[in-house]
Design a protein around this ligand. Sequence first.
Ligand SMILES: [Zn+2]
Length: 257
Amino acid sequence: MQSGAREILALVAGGVDYGEADRVVHLLTSDGALSAFAHGAKKSKRRFSGCLEPFTTIRAQLTESRRARGAMPTLAQAQAERVRLELRGSLEAIALGSYALELSRAVSPEGQDATAQFTLTEALLDHLEAAPATVALRRAFELKTLVELGYAPDLGACAVCGRDLERAWLDLVQGGVLCPLHRGQAREVGPKTLAWARAVLEAEGILPDGYDEEWAETAAQRLAIPVGAMWAEVLDRPLKSVALLDSVLGNPGTTSA
Ligand SMILES: [Zn+2]
């Protein structure tokens, strides 16, 4: 490794070609989102060996010694740690994987510790290698991302007054479930939907065990509007990958939220 270089695990989120030979590569790392300049990326098989495809985990060598203020680090070399070829065989998986990477990059500013979000994103991509993309998987990833961001919802008692609930209305922007007195414009959610959301928050893996797939899918769809409202609150701008994801997975309600 050259002096002034650092080695870091990174997920390739995409990139754009620059001139005839070079490429700017968009990455998610445990130090947040960053972009790096890969000189000769389109030609140099030796330094990059074709591992700059999206969804690949790479061991990246970044050179920052001559990094001017605001300029990009150079990706001196990259080795594939995990390629995830299977994922690229399904449009649904590509759509969800792209969305997860874009969302994770949007909430992980460069230079801030993003270890947990990096791990969560890798777990989602690994899951997509083995199982189909579903709305449940998307929603679970979104809920866990909100927890990482410090927006863990209160799904037990009213988020405003702490009262126990027989019927519950959900507004994540207000902090979780709400009682009839504090429900405002929130939508009522059924006990099964809430139970699934709680199970997601408690699950070690992305998805909780022991849930019927159809049930989980219904619950996840019913959470579309409250979760969508949260992203409208948290993100600076809508994500580009949402339209494709909504169109291939089907997710009524999200776009109107
Ligand atoms: Zn209340």
